[in-house]
Structure formats: structure tokens, C-alpha cells
Design a protein around this ligand. Structure first.
Ligand code: NAP
Length: 161
């Protein structure tokens, strides 16, 4: 049976996910959530996202999408595109998590079974990387939890098709 495919992302109200090569926020509770959800599973990400978080290989199987696999550390799986990454992920650990960036999410939206969305209740005006509009694809909310820290207010949403 094919594995479940999850998309996992934190985005602002105007769907920004990144700015200047990093996250527009630092939310420890969301980082922890992301790490806990993906631990023991297979994560698929673009090469820039992997560059920000190379230590993810310790507790999960990783597939990096890139045209330059020779630039990756030895032993890291790679694929030239999302189709190849999804095929390879079938033989690796646990469920499949699509972890960004923008193109992985855009192409992955059609494949995902579950969306774990941390909606950060802010508007980022100078964002440069975006999550696609998910609302037509993921219409059913199966879980919701509101939270906040000193700086940010955010909602953990789980959505199904
Ligand atoms: N908020 C969140 O949840 C979240 C999650 C992830 C990332 N981010 C943010 O997003 C930004 C990084 O994302 P990004 O979109 O700029 O980069 P990215 O997707 O991480 O990496 C882009 C590179 O990955 C490869 N690639 C990605 N998708 C591909 C595809 N479908 N087919 C072929 N190659 C593909 C290409 O690699 P090569 O050039 O190596 O060939 C491309 O240059 C950062 O600001 C990061 O902090 C946020």
C-alpha cells in the first residue's frame, strides 16, 4: 500500500514561508512540533532548505531534491525531482513528509493526504518564499490548537482533503 504523504509547513496569513534564506520568525514550539512529527519518518526537501538544517539526517531519512547531488554530504539520498523523491521514499522509513521550500510545496500539494499547517497570525511584507493556496485542496479540518509565545500568536492546524 502506498505510504501517507504529509505536507508540513509554517506560514503567515499572507502565505509567506521564508525571507532572505531563512524563516521570518523563530518559534521554538513550532520547531519542536516539526521535529517531533517528522522523527522516524522520511522527509523530502529542496537543497536550500536542507542547507539550513543538515542535522535533520540524524533522526529521519532524508531525500534532498537537487540537480547537484555531488554537493551533498556523503550518504544523503537525493532525487532530481519530486516524482523521483516520492518513488524513493516508498522504500525508506515511515510516512513521507514534504518539508519545502516553495516548489516542493507547489508540486506536492496535489499529492498530499494530510497538511500540518502552523498558521502564524501575522503578515510578512518582505517575504520571498510562499506556500501555495491550500484551501481548495485541503478542505477538512481534523485538529486545531491555538498557541502563542512572547512575540507570535499561531494556530496548529491539521487538514485533510
Ligand atoms: N516556513 C516553513 O515551514 C519553511 C519550510 C521550508 C523552507 N522554508 C524557507 O523557504 C526558503 C527555502 O525555500 P526555497 O523555495 O527557496 O528553496 P528549496 O526548495 O529549499 O531549494 C531550492 C532548490 O531545491 C531544488 N529543488 C526544489 N524543488 C525542486 C523540484 N521540484 N524539482 C527540481 N529541483 C528542485 C533545486 O536545487 P538545485 O539548485 O540544488 O538543483 C532548487 O534550487 C527559506 O527561506 C526557508 O527558511 C520555510
Amino acid at each position: 500500500m502506498p505510504k501517507a504523504i504529509h505536507l508540513i509547513v509554517a506560514c503567515s496569513e499572507n502565505r509567506v514561508i521564508g525571507r532572505h534564506g531563512g524563516l521570518p520568525w523563530s518559534i521554538p514550539e513550532d520547531t519542536q512540533f516539526f521535529q517531533d512529527k517528522t522523527r522516524g519518518h522520511t522527509v523530502i526537501m529542496g537543497s536550500r532548505s536542507f542547507g539550513e538544517w543538515p542535522s535533520c539526517v540524524r533522526e529521519r531519512d532524508v531525500i534532498v531534491i537537487t540537480q547537484d547531488p555531488e554537493k551533498l554530504p556523503a550518504g544523503v539520498n537525493s532525487a532530481a525531482g519530486l516524482t523521483g523523491a516520492l518513488a524513493l521514499a516508498q522504500s525508506l522509513r515511515g510516512d513521507i513528509f514534504l518539508c519545502g521550500g516553495q516548489r516542493v510545496y507547489e508540486e506536492g500539494l496535489a499529492h498530499g493526504d494530510v497538511l500540518h499547517l502552523t498558521l502564524v497570525h501575522t503578515t510578512i511584507d518582505d517575504g520571498d518564499t510562499f506556500f501555495p493556496d491550500w484551501r481548495k485542496h485541503f478542505t477538512r479540518e481534523t485538529a486545531r490548537r491555538e498557541s502563542r509565545d512572547d512575540r507570535w500568536r499561531y494556530t496548529f492546524l491539521t487538514l485533510a482533503r
